[in-house]
Design a protein around this ligand. Structure first.
Ligand SMILES: Nc1ncnc2c1ncn2[C@@H]1O[C@H](COP(=O)(O)OP(=O)(O)OP(=O)(O)O)[C@@H](O)[C@H]1O
Length: 343
């Protein structure tokens, strides 16, 4: 599918309707949430693509928008960028209503949606120069310097003279990011930025995202890869079938599904009895293992005490630990289903 790059090129060629950038709050006046939606809904005929979505993306976060294919991520991003009208509900980006204020908002937003649209017969550098030239606010005198700096940013300086059609998928993706970075942005919106990349390409894009975030750019990225979200995001929202399942700091989402206590022992009956007395719940006994939910922090019971109690009761403990809870555990716990990672 041909991708599209959304930057100055899709804002306006006339500059009409543009408001001075100072009217979008910056610095000390920064809006606390960079993206905010309220019961945002999009219906295609009978198909509810996005269903009453209320999302809050805090300023300065790397926000992962997670969900299996078809869960409504791209439709949401299209509404946020003012490309399609919601059926109902509201969306604000950088404090402004969308799509009403698309023209004044988009110059502050770098977006990479479904891969960049590139001219294959032009070099990477010339593609960037074209993008820059399409931005009515970009000073032509500093165009080259901007392009070089963006190429450097994404590690494409050495390949800048090559025709874009000779670029690997990862290089094309990086060139798309370079286009989004021609101007300083307050928000980057990236739709599946590592889709189709090899592991090395994925690492490079993730490193770049972290770097941009460390400079204060809020990054909103969609992904169907749980481990990607865990690796780069500070916050996440989980979508399934057009609905928001949960949102919040990644650490809290993962902590919501606490790891299970796992005791390996030949004395499973005694172990289960002792653990139950000490407040471990949801006990499951298999041949040589007892697992359960460890007591909460409020009980004051720590793992060392559990272990000591088992040993004190004569249980032969061969293994003792807590399986790490992941965002995947949280997702499964919330939806009762696994993650379809195909595609
Ligand atoms: N233009 C459209 N017309 C009709 N149905 C659509 C349209 N765009 C999306 N849909 C449907 O809306 C639902 C959500 O699609 P959407 O592309 O937003 O999901 P997604 O989470 O981004 O998935 P993917 O990663 O596959 O793009 C899907 O069932 C899709 O078939």
């Amino acid at each position: 599918m041909p991708g599209r790059y959304l930057g100055p090129a899709v804002t306006t060629s006339s500059g009409e309707g543009k408001v001075p950038s100072t009217s979008i709050s910056t610095g000390g006046m920064a809006t606390e949430s960079v993206i905010e939606t309220d019961t945002l809904t999009k219906r295609y005929g009978k198909q509810l693509a996005v269903d009453q979505l209320s999302l809050t993306v805090p300023a300065g976060s790397v926000f992962g928008f997670l969900g299996p294919n078809g869960s409504g991520k791209t439709t949401t991003i299209r509404m946020l960028m003012g490309l399609i009208e919601p059926t109902s509900g509201r969306a604000r980006v950088l404090g402004r209503p969308m799509p009403r204020d698309t023209r004044s908002v988009l110059p502050h937003v770098g977006a990479l949606i479904e891969g960049p649209a590139l001219y294959g017969f032009l070099s990477g550098r010339d593609n960037l120069l074209r993008y820059d030239a399409a931005d009515p606010t970009a000073d032509p005198r500093t165009r080259r310097a901007r392009a070089e700096s963006a190429l450097d940013r994404v590690g494409l300086t050495a390949a800048a003279g090559k025709k874009a059609k000779a670029y690997s998928l990862g290089m094309k993706q990086r060139l798309g990011l370079a286009a989004a970075l021609l101007q300083p942005r307050r928000l980057l919106v990236l739709d599946e930025p590592t889709n189709g990349l090899d592991p090395q390409g994925m690492r490079e894009i993730r490193a770049l995202i972290r770097e941009l975030a460390s400079e204060g750019t809020t990054v909103f990225l969609s992904s169907h890869l749980l481990d990607e979200i865990e690796q780069v995001c500070t916050h996440a929202a989980v979508m399934a079938q057009g609905r928001l399942i949960t949102q919040g700091p990644v650490a809290e989402l993962a902590a919501g599904a606490r790891g299970r206590l796992v005791v390996t022992t030949p004395d499973t009956g005694d172990a289960a009895r002792v653990l139950k007395e000490l407040g471990v719940t949801d006990l499951v006994v298999t041949e040589d293992r007892v697992t359960g939910e460890p007591p909460g922090a409020e009980t004051g019971m720590d793992l060392a005490e559990l272990n000591a109690a088992l040993v004190g009761a004569g249980v032969r403990v061969r293994g003792f630990g807590v399986e790490r809870a992941s965002l995947e555990d949280a997702f499964v716990a919330l939806t009762g289903e696994g993650f379809d990672v195909a595609g």
